[in-house]
Design a protein around this ligand. Structure first.
Ligand code: DP6
Length: 332
């Protein structure tokens, strides 16, 4: 096999209805349906080179050789792709170079954009043709939330793959992220999902998830901000209720996280269309209508303990940038 390479880019996404817990850990089939939108300005660009001269998979993230745990996870993901490749291509190792355009250590999850971009690049490099649904299902095996970074705009996910429920320009929302900690999180999502079932609240959270999912779908369909605010804050707090009551408990909030949540609710009480959601970390995502994004960003930047503020509008789906095989000129 000649050296084969491809480059792909995918956005990160923010969940409005959260995925927490798996009904099948190995296959990363989620315990409950979720909804997200892609973050246009927070993305990962990944180059994959399948090279017969390599003795093992190599992984470089943001210019640094990745930790062995990340290499193992990426290697296992590449094995899934190699297993579907034509005979002969299935044993070739790859050099993966992945670059995030958002600051390292800002506590912004990169596994969604990373596995979405990696899946698109690696399959293209091997000449495998896949539908968006197949690529979403593949990305899911690397990181559950990565399934939602394949389709464009507002995205839903229930089973094998995610699908787009509205285009990026359907609703001009912005995610204004209050970064309150730049440290490594204590317990990552994968470990956290496995603990979800130890909380007695998880059963109730999962049982009520279809109601929250439908409410969020209808809020997006009708662009009803009040309805969206109510359901996403309740959903995030229910997930953190499960986290805090797991065994061992996961307590992600810092004092500044709570300060932002209070500020968001008081801005909303004053008529500003903004609501919060929180992932598996202390940073707070303030979802707001685009015209108020500046005022939301300025207000939370002034709170004690807020290290920086990032922001992004709704983004498109994952895309292939280039593909090339040694000896074959790339298409212009
Ligand atoms: C809290 O997709 O990061 O952000 O499948 O183990 O990689 P793995 O987990 P991950 O979990 C995301 C959890 C969340 C909520 C969400 O994005 O829906």
């Amino acid at each position: 096999m000649p050296t084969r390479t491809a480059t792909a880019r995918a956005c990160s996404n923010i969940a409005l209805i959260k995925y927490w817990g798996n009904r099948d850990e190995a296959l990363r089939l989620p315990a409950n349906p979720s909804i997200s939108f892609n973050l246009r300005d927070l993305h990962t660009t990944t180059v994959v080179v399948f090279d017969p001269a390599l003795a093992a998979d190599e992984l470089i993230i943001d210019g640094l050789v990745a930790a062995s745990s990340a290499r193992t996870r990426v290697g296992a993901f590449l094995d899934l792709i190699r297993a579907t490749a034509p005979t002969g291509d299935g044993s070739v190792f790859a050099r993966v170079t992945s670059d995030n355009n958002f600051p390292m250590g800002a506590g912004i999850a990169s596994s969604a954009s990373a596995f979405a971009a990696l899946g698109v690049a690696a399959t293209a490099a091997l000449g495998l043709t896949n539908t968006e649904a197949q690529l979403s299902a593949l990305a899911r095996r690397g990181s559950g939330s990565a399934s939602r970074s394949l389709p464009a705009g507002f995205v839903a996910w229930k089973d094998e793959c995610a699908w787009s429920i509205a285009a990026p320009d359907h609703w001009d929302l912005v995610d204004v992220i209050g970064v309150v900690s730049t440290g490594e999180k204590k317990t990552g999502s994968t470990e956290g999902h496995a603990l979800a079932g130890t909380s007695p609240l998880q059963v109730a959270r999962v049982a009520d998830a279809p109601r929250r999912f439908e409410r969020c779908m209808s809020a997006i369909r009708t662009r009803d901000f009040d309805q969206l605010a109510a359901v996403i804050e309740q959903d995030a707090l229910m997930m953190h209720g499960v986290m805090m009551t797991s065994d061992p408990p996961l307590m992600y909030w810092l004092p500044a996280s709570l300060a932002i949540m209070h500020e968001v609710q008081s801005m909303r009480a004053r008529g500003v269309p903004v609501a919060f959601t929180i992932d598996a970390g202390p940073n707070i995502h303030c979802i707001c209508d685009a015209p108020v994004a500046d005022i939301v960003a300025t207000t939370i930047a002034e709170l004690a303990g807020v290290a920086r503020v990032l922001r992004s509008p709704v983004g498109g789906g994952a895309m292939l940038l280039t593909t090339w095989s040694a000896g074959i000129l790339p298409a212009l």
